[in-house]
Design a protein around this ligand. Structure first.
Ligand code: SF4
Length: 271
């Protein structure tokens, strides 16, 4: 199979959701098309009729072909877009599991913070109900549903222990060695953007100085600094050192709860 599959969408605008679930299930990207080819394609069609959404998904690839109709009952507390997102992802996922005889540990859940799903449910449900609803709503395995619930409980305990006093700063480094298929973040591959990294760091330092000044003038304090991405460790040692030293100078970090730098790509980490 090539690294992209053709995708035709009808009756909805949840292209990103379908892209994500295809990326996770088939490990490929998509090319949007109006006319379906003979092979290597996905058709995702949906019709919203008030309380439910009728989804038709057709998949043809790797010598297999199948079509599935799925009726999604809208969930209260979710808007129409969120319901449509769930419906088209589940429609594809159910067809994929049927055709290929495989399921995925996180089911049709493609977001980056599954614990958030559990946190929201805890407001109205018991632990057991929360776990069951994650399994039912997204086809998440029991083990992963338990994990999401456990993380959500730990988060809640931490938030209680460290109540918000000041502001939380997020610093984005929008570069990665390569681009992962399922990624929904703003990130550019280093192979094409290396020349822009240094000017980006310099601009970031200027912004940190400005923000540091603003925080001081407003009498605010910093609770946490989170350097994410992309992959912050895409910066080389000198660039990272320069940035961290500038942050140290610009911000008062004495009383912060958390200082995190994401290092999610092993190929970017040095001693
Ligand atoms: S490493 Fe993370 S941010 Fe970078 S492309 Fe992969 S998923 Fe996206």
């Amino acid at each position: 199979m090539s690294d992209k599959i053709f995708l035709k969408i009808e009756g909805h605008d949840r292209e990103t959701a379908v892209r994500e679930i295809i990326g996770i299930c088939l490990k490929c990207g998509v090319t949007i098309c109006e006319v379906l080819p003979e092979d290597e394609y996905v058709l995702s069609r949906a019709k919203d009729s008030g309380e439910k959404i009728a989804v038709t998904t057709e998949l043809c690839c790797l010598g297999k072909h199948g079509k599935k109709e799925y009726i999604h009952l809208k969930k209260q507390g979710k808007d129409d877009k969120q319901n449509m997102t769930d419906a088209v992802k589940l429609g594809f996922y159910y067809l994929f599991t049927e055709l290929f005889g495989r399921s995925l540990p996180w089911g049709a859940q493609t977001g980056i913070r599954p614990a958030l799903l559990a946190s929201k449910r805890f407001e109205e449900m018991s632990l057991k109900e929360t776990i069951c609803s994650l399994e039912e709503d997204f086809s998440i395995s029991h083990e992963k549903a338990e994990l999401a619930a456990e993380v959500a409980l730990n988060e809640a305990a931490l938030l209680k222990k460290y109540p918000r006093r000041g502001i939380s700063l997020y610093i984005g480094i929008p570069f990665c060695p390569t681009r992962c298929l399922y990624c929904s973040f703003v990130s550019l591959p280093l192979s094409k953007q290396k020349k822009n990294v240094e000017p980006y760091v310099d601009a970031l330092i200027k912004e940190a100085e400005y923000v540091g000044e603003l925080i001081k003038n407003e009498g605010e304090t910093v609770d946490s600094i989170y350097i994410g991405g992309g992959t912050p460790t895409s910066l080389d040692e000198k660039q990272l050192e320069k940035l961290l030293a500038a942050l140290e100078k610009a911000l008062n970090t004495e009383n912060i709860y958390e200082y995190t730098i994401e290092a999610g790509r092993a190929d970017t980490i040095t001693e």
